[in-house]
Design a protein around this ligand. Structure first.
Ligand code: CMX
Length: 137
């Protein structure tokens, strides 16, 4: 597969309202969007730093991926998302061929209208890995 850059880093937090002021007042970043992704059972807040975004993730359901993550591991880095310039489906096919366990067999819609898919952290040395592409680019 071909990756162009780190699209975003996902960070699980208990509360967006509590965490956003740290990113704004201490790190000096600006939260430019808050969006609920119902499908993923999260509310997200976005910051941009260079080409890369930070995506804060607040769980909206204790049984969702982020709810379970915080319950088990506490707040912290949840996933890394790589932008691919050659298509998420192609990247998934390539990863599967190379023996990586997929969470998603096909891309689905994520925050900001991106096509996204996840590789399983048990196959990626403990890092939940997201592949994404902007269908409008
Ligand atoms: N990073 C690394 N390891 C993780 C992890 C993460 N984010 N989330 C779970 N794990 C580990 C757990 O610690 C656990 O390890 P052990 O068996 O050693 O304890 C193992 O994976 C299984 O975890 P689990 O709590 O039993 O959870 P599930 O198997 O039900 O789900 C996962 C784990 C990764 C398959 C699920 O979280 C998933 O499908 N994630 C992809 C979707 C997602 O994360 N959505 C939220 C963000 C969406 C967005 O960015 O918009």
């Amino acid at each position: 597969m071909e990756l162009s850059h780190i699209e975003h880093i996902g960070i699980a937090v208990k509360s967006l309202d509590d965490a956003i002021p740290y990113y704004e007042n201490v790190l000096g970043l600006k939260c430019y969007a808050v969006e609920e992704v119902k499908d993923q059972k999260v509310k997200t807040a976005f910051f941009k730093i260079g080409q890369t975004k930070l995506e804060l993730l607040e769980s909206t359901d204790p049984e969702g991926a982020v709810g379970k993550f915080i319950e088990k591991r506490g707040e912290g880095v949840h996933h890394i998302a790589f932008a691919t310039s050659t298509g998420v489906q192609n990247a998934l096919n390539d990863a599967e061929e190379k023996g990586v366990k997929l969470i998603d067999k096909q891309p689905r819609k994520g925050a900001e209208g991106l096509n996204i898919a996840f590789l399983h952290p048990k196959s990626t040395f403990g890092v939940l890995t997201e592949l994404c592409e902007d269908p409008n680019k």
